[in-house]
Write a protein that binds this ligand. Structure first.
Ligand SMILES: *[C@@H]1O[C@H](CO)[C@@H](O)[C@H](O)[C@H]1NC(C)=O
Ligand SMILES: *[C@@H]1O[C@H](CO)[C@@H](O)[C@H](O)[C@H]1NC(C)=O
Ligand SMILES: *[C@@H]1O[C@H](CO)[C@@H](O)[C@H](O)[C@H]1NC(C)=O
Length: 468
């Protein structure tokens, strides 16, 4: 018989009554149910998306493993590899910010963050979600890693000086009638901030991702197609002839950052939104441009970093555990004039990182409300709060929510913060981790099954659960 453990307030109360304690228990807190069995076997039901308004563009969005198809029995080592990529991702974000904040030159920042000058490429290809986008005329479809943390969209391009293996045939400019070189005096070329020398009046781009991975080649314009929903001509793209450090099956990167050369900026999108399907799910979802924010979205201000324009920061006002606000430093939510602090929303970071003091407060609040959950002592990978749920069917856990404007709260599904780390052993962890940096990152585990809308026109970010 499967055990069902409901570690509820009532359960506590019962014990207290049994022990004839007269003190009344602590105030009640809000809980939600983690379906332990289901989080091992995510639903495979097909989504039923409502058709977006005609002025909007939609791309299909796929979780990474639908291209890679890792062996199902090796969940633990896949996850370990994913966390290593994630660490590199966080380091690369930190390196970008350090560089922007200190205005130091790259050579000064790198050694601190890079274990080796050799390309690791681990921070990219940790994109985790791929969008299917058409390039050229006639359009050829490519998988691109969706990246809210960088601006330039590029794909591998023939002739290859150095290309990695991708699932689609490599883009061949000679097969497209709309391919056009950007010249060196063009405004778009001047907007590039890391520009290799011009070659025969052909603008060259280079993107360094801070972890040693690099893509460089011609900066061009192409027609970009959004499935059957439309196309936009003359979008600036990197045609990458030299691409190293990307361990991914995709053709390149879809830059959704906030800078002027990103895809949303270039197609003058008023908004874009995505919904990341649950980890391990086989479903696809959508990346929409110009579509309205779902009515039930919890919104935050979209904050800007004065030293680094490309990142999106969500101006949450509080974090609550079990419905009770956790005392965290104000700097967790605000970006100061030197560019420190704040919570950036990143599609490519897996596990949410909280600035250390905030993390400790959140974790302590969570553990204080879960005294009876079966803990696993010590750390498991990057997590310090783990549980042994083997044999259990459901577990009741305190809610985790982020507060936005108007005091409204975005409450996460239990699966978005209690995740299986070792399936065979039934080990689950509280899926957030501390960082010694000044900033925090809202990762994609926490964003899963939520439609996140970047409302550029109104400088708001919306979070609407169950919208994949
Ligand atoms: C970059 O760093 C080197 C070595 O520390 C220094 O000599 C140079 O002046 C720096 N350049 C800039 C633009 O700060
Ligand atoms: C996902 O779908 C593919 C093809 O439909 C199938 O081979 C694979 O086993 C599925 N994976 C999971 C986790 O269900
Ligand atoms: C988890 O609990 C099960 C059942 O109580 C036990 O057999 C197993 O050894 C535990 N695993 C760990 C890692 O503590």
């Amino acid at each position: 018989m499967a055990l069902s453990l409901h570690l509820t307030f009532l359960f506590l109360t019962t014990i207290m009554l049994a022990l004839s304690l007269t003190v009344s228990p602590t105030t009640e807190f809000s809980t939600t149910i983690l379906d332990v069995t289901a989080s091992l076997h995510p639903q495979q039901t097909q989504p039923n998306p409502t058709p977006p308004p005609s002025s909007s563009f939609t791309l299909q969005l796929y979780p990474k493993h639908s291209l890679h198809n890792p062996p199902q029995n090796d969940y633990h080592s896949n996850f370990l590899a994913q966390l290593n990529r994630d660490k590199a991702r966080v380091n690369s974000i930190a390196a970008k910010l350090k560089l922007a904040i200190s205005k130091a030159n790259e050579s000064e920042v790198r050694p601190e963050y890079l274990s080796s000058p050799v390309t690791s490429g681990e921070s990219q290809g940790s994109g985790e979600y791929f969008a299917r986008i058409g390039v050229g005329q006639p359009p050829q479809n490519y998988y691109l890693d969706m990246d809210t943390g960088s601006d330039i969209t590029w794909l591998q391009c023939k002739p290859c000086e150095r290309c990695y293996k991708e699932v689609d045939p490599i883009f061949d400019p000679s097969g497209s009638s709309s391919y056009a070189q950007i010249t060196c005096d063009a405004p778009q070329c001047r907007q590039l901030d890391n520009k290799p020398p011009c070659k025969d009046n052909k603008c060259q781009y280079q993107v360094n991702y801070g972890d040693g991975s690099v893509s460089t080649g011609d900066f061009i314009t192409e027609t970009v197609s959004f499935g059957k929903t439309g196309s936009v001509p003359r979008v600036p793209l990197g045609c990458g002839h030299f691409n190293v450090g990307f361990f991914t099956a995709s053709a390149g990167i879809l830059g959704l950052g906030r800078g002027p050369l990103s895809l949303p900026s270039q197609i003058k999108a008023t908004s874009f939104s995505y919904c990341l399907v649950a980890r391990g799910s086989n479903r696809s979802s959508t990346l929409d441009f110009n579509s309205a924010r779902p009515d039930d979205s919890v919104v935050t201000r979209m904050l800007s970093n004065p030293k680094f324009a490309s990142f999106y920061y969500a101006g949450f006002t509080a974090i609550s555990i079990g419905g009770q606000r956790v005392p965290v430093p104000v700097s967790t939510f605000e970006i100061d004039s030197s560019g420190n602090g704040g919570i950036l929303v990143d599609s490519g970071t897996v596990v949410t990182r909280l600035q250390n003091q905030a993390y400790e407060a959140v974790r302590d609040a969570f553990t204080s409300l879960t005294p009876n959950l079966p803990r696993v002592p010590g750390r498991v990978l990057i997590f310090d709060t783990c549980y042994n749920f083997s044999g259990l069917v459901t577990v009741k856990v305190p809610t985790v929510s982020f507060e936005g404007e108007g005091g409204k709260s975005w409450t996460l599904a239990a699966e978005a913060y209690i995740i299986p780390v070792d399936r065979n052993a039934g080990i689950y962890c509280f899926a957030m981790a501390p960082t010694q940096e000044t900033f925090s990152i809202l990762g994609n585990v926490q964003q899963q099954e939520t439609r996140v809308t970047f409302d550029i026109a109104n400088s708001l970010i919306g979070f609407s659960p169950n919208k994949c």
